[in-house]
Ligand binder design. Sequence first.
Ligand code: DHB
Ligand code: FE
Length: 285
Amino acid sequence: MADLFAGVTTSHVPAIGAALDNGKTAEPYWAPLFKGYEPTKAWFAKMKPDVAILVYNDHACAFSPDVVPTFAIGCADEFLPADEGWGARPVPVVKGDPEFASHIAQSVILDEFDFTIINNMTVDHGLTVPMSLMFGQPKEWPCRVVPIAVNVTQYPFPTGRRCYALGQAIRRAVETYEKDLRVVIMGTGGMSHQIHGPRAGLINSDFDARFLDNLTADPAALVAMPHLEYMREAGAESVELIMWLIMRGALDDAVEEIYRFYHVAASNTAVGHIILENKRSAVRA
Ligand code: DHB
Ligand code: FE
């Protein structure tokens, strides 16, 4: 059976991808950030997931503003990189898992969460920057990816509670997949994050620390938080953090926090990262 053994969250700041792609990781500005992901890369190398369910948001690359799905699942064989700003990153093609993705789509939709099914799409920094932070710069990515895109760019967004419940539905889907797969789920985006207007660069490290604490120990304290509270406290784009609640909803109540990293600043944002393992998992280190 498939085993969803862990959840990982990380920010996806596009400048991190540009630093990697342009050989700037050793520069004083960037070195502490990349050092913070070394234990993560070692953890992934040891745990060797077969598939990552990667929850992220598209930034008007795959989906133009003409069509904005609330929740979408990528069921294609592969996903080509594309991007705003710096352009498509020179990273490997992202390999999908159409059979597993279709199983998740069927289970979750019949469980009354209406995913949009995507059979052909590109993936932007929201997905590829987390991949680079987890796996470095390999010739091929070491695991397949089921992309799940969430609308956090055009209001109305799904609520935190809805995101958490979607995570629970994804967990039920994984638990009914009969192939032996080692599965990790990733929630991306966040943390403190305001990239426009007079409050650009706003960082609220207290908010971020509380969010990380509660993500591990008391996610129920986070699911009721309205979008406005994220935006007021930690900047407009901090609302990307609702995607982390999908990751958390897919895990057990009882998790062990394996690793946490927090760093200010990368571009205009605070970078946050956490690794949680289900305590019961058969494949724990
Ligand atoms: C920045 C961060 C993001 O998450 C994003 O999608 C675009 C820009 C930034 O900090 O520059
Ligand atoms: Fe973003």
